[in-house]
Design a protein around this ligand. Structure first.
Ligand code: SF4
Length: 85
């Protein structure tokens, strides 16, 4: 079943290899497509939610998604500390 946001994905019909580069340096083309994609945000949130390990999703590669997850964990922990204070 196709999720609604995927219906509007700019990467539909493009070669999958573009979005699964072998090195970080080869992500530019995918990120260019993502930067113009109308569903970039839900795509990124989906990849973060399912902990997608490979490829470029929502304009972010695996390393960048891990960084976003770490930042959100830190922010949530800080918010909990402030709420408990
Ligand atoms: S953000 Fe990128 S990977 Fe996600 S649907 Fe759009 S073009 Fe595809």
């Amino acid at each position: 079943m196709t999720t609604t946001w995927q219906t509007y994905a700019s990467c539909q019909g493009l070669a999958a290899e573009i979005f699964y580069p072998t090195t970080d340096e080869e992500t530019a083309e995918a990120k260019m497509v993502c930067s113009r994609c109308p569903v970039c945000e839900p795509c990124l949130e989906h990849a973060l939610y399912v902990r997608e390990k490979d490829g470029v999703w929502g304009g972010a590669n695996e390393k960048e998604r891990r960084r976003i997850i770490r930042q959100r964990r830190r922010a949530a922990a800080k918010a909990r500390l402030l709420a408990d204070a």
